[in-house]
Design a binder for this molecule. Structure first.
Ligand SMILES: O=C(O)CCC(=O)C(=O)O
Ligand SMILES: [Fe+2]
Length: 362
């Protein structure tokens, strides 16, 4: 099936102001950190806020889940309640994952003039640029990105796709299919855990889309002053993240401290987004996370966002409610598109500012 060329309406999700490429700033002068990237003192990473051990982040075996292993499903339940983050292994997507990482590295290796051919339009969040830039005086993250809607193929806006890179499209096609398979396995198990039929959550997404945010974090002479990505929760149902096998940079907020997510080679990091928190009436938690930078090497990551259809409502599910023990804490009737637009109109500033929009007043 061919991919349609869209008109200039964009996704209709929102927009982000154009800012310089950080990769280029570092290429021109690696020692100077422009003022716009120097975070306010209270927002910087401090060693006293970082948890010294991070071995507790759950590891889930997808092969066992797919075989109906009840213990593994219970592990998933605990992971989603207590951590909101876990790493998955035995997912069977090793080959696709390697090609995906290589294709992404090829894109950021292109000269700036080539990358700019895929720059975000002024009314869109898809394309090459930065996200969540809403004012000229806001502090910026040490990050460049390429955001693409990858599936269904009818939702792709091919003008943002760097098809000059041999194998780029094939790598994304293959990876997107593998991710859908893994996504469906996780959703199937979560449906059962939520007391629903196994295809329930998949159906609930309506016209589901997948979007991929490919992140490039240049090395930084002063990682203590900047952040790769500011603290945020994802406005997805779930997110599946590929990260560098050797650099620890992702951190999640757990019991008041930042816990580094040590990479496991070939694993995929999965996190619960705000949508699943609302559907589960708060049983499963979307977790605030951020990425820091390092002096030595650039880092790339690729987050696949599972995005429900625009009109899908974020009501807490009946099976997750109980008048006595679990009264509703999330509203009925909020449409996904309204929530997404609300979050994209603000800078990234943690989880609360977003999730409050979905919660009932107490
Ligand atoms: O690069 C990372 O490790 C995190 C990226 C992230 O949180 C995102 O793109 O939403
Ligand atoms: Fe994220």
């Amino acid at each position: 099936m061919g991919t349609i060329e869209k008109d200039d309406e964009g996704l209709g999700y929102g927009s982000s102001l154009p800012v310089p490429s950080v990769q280029e700033i570092v290429r021109n002068d690696a020692q100077n950190i422009p003022e716009r990237y120097v975070k306010n003192l209270e927002d910087r990473s401090k060693s006293s806020d970082i948890c010294p051990v991070s071995n507790d982040i759950p590891i889930i075996d997808v092969f066992l889940l797919a075989n109906g292993d009840e213990d593994e499903r219970q592990k998933l339940d605990i992971a989603c309640q207590e951590w909101g983050f876990f790493q998955i292994v035995n997912h069977g997507a090793d080959d696709a994952l390697k090609k995906m990482k290589a294709a992404e590295a090829d894109f950021f290796d292109l000269p700036l003039s080539d990358k700019m051919k895929y720059a975000m339009a002024s009314n869109d969040v898809e394309g090459y640029g930065q996200g969540y830039v809403v004012s000229e005086d806001q502090k910026l993250d040490w990050n460049d990105l390429l955001f693409l809607i990858t599936s269904p193929s009818s939702s792709r806006n091919i003008k943002y796709w760097p098809l000059i890179i041999p194998g780029f499209k094939e790598a994304i096609d293959e990876y997107a299919i593998e991710i859908e398979r893994v996504r469906d396995e996780i959703l199937r198990n979560l449906s059962l855990l939520m007391g629903e039929k196994e295809d329930f959550l998949k159906q609930l997404h309506g016209d589901v889309k997948q979007g991929m945010r490919m992140n490039y974090y240049p090395s930084c002479a002063r990682p203590d002053l900047v952040l790769g990505v500011s603290p945020h929760s994802d406005c997805t149902s779930i997110t599946l993240l590929l990260q560098d096998d050797h650099l620890t940079a992702l951190q999640i907020k757990h019991e008041g401290l930042w816990v580094p997510v040590n990479p496991i080679p070939n694993a995929i990091v999965v996190n619960i987004g705000d949508v699943l928190e609302a559907w589960s009436n708060g049983k499963y938690k979307s977790i605030e996370h951020r990425a820091v930078t390092n002096v030595e090497k650039p880092r790339i990551s690729a987050a696949t966002f599972v995005i429900p259809g625009n009109e899908v409502e974020l009501n807490p599910l009946e099976t997750m409610l109980d008048d006595d023990d679990r009264p509703a804490i999330f509203k009925n009737g909020v449409k996904y598109i309204d929530y997404l637009r609300y979050t994209l109109a603000k800078k990234m500033e943690g989880k609360l500012a977003n999730i409050e929009y979905l919660k009932l007043e107490n």
